[in-house]
Write a protein of this length. Sequence first.
Length: 298
Amino acid sequence: MTDPAIAVMQDARPLEVVGLGKRRVWVSVVLHVLLIGASIVMLYPLLWMLSASFRPEEEIFSSTSLIPSAVSLAAYPRGWFGLRVDFGTFFWNSFVISALSVAGNVMACSLAAFAFARLRFRGRNFWFAIMLGTLMLPYHVTLIPQYVLFLNLGWVGTILPLVVPKFLAADAFFIFLMVQFFRGIPRELHEAAMMDGCSAWRIYWKIMLPLSLPVLATAAIFTFIWTWDDFFGPLIYLNDMRDYTVQLGLRSFVDSTGLSDWSGLFAMSILSLIPVFFFFLFFQRLLIEGIATTGLKR
């Protein structure tokens, strides 16, 4: 015979499971509502800027509604051709600088990281510590010495100060990121390749790089975004408006005398976000994989 107490407990278990399931559903609903609300708050400035790009000039700051009273596309052609140089030139300049920076960072930082992670040389730990120490230096500390150096080289007014340092492994953050990733690759592969007669360069090119696509994509994405959004560097080194990047072009819409084309500024700001959005969207999977696996043993 079944104990009555045990029978009551057995009958209560399904009710507990059902209650627990309902509680989880409500918790999930509340969390999703909170996340959606937070997303709306974070996206509101972007949505407002998108709405302002379709508004007439006189309504941009007079209304807080996201729905314009009258939709106009005039800001886009006016913003594109409104300056002395068309905005397509700024897009091309930014693309060239960003592409060269990505290529330089990925190549130079991966070579430096491979040396720190797998090659044995005198003072390796010391130089690695010095490299990490440069992460603590604010950019403004080295700004004047760098400017004097590039001025003496005759590079001021060109894109060389913005691009050449990327080919010299100047970004310690990406070197550290790649070192951690390379250390997670089994050393047995390296040793087996050495026994087969592979040189260090061939090991780097044939083994390390194909296995490091996630961290390389991570470095490429962050380099592209940071270079595309950089305002201070081009402001310091670029003098001719034909060499301006997108960020300097956007600044040109705002005039200190009060004659500013706000609708054109917002329209071009929306267009300037498109390359970054698609670049991130295209490499999103590799970015997440690179961040998730960096520093983990395999």
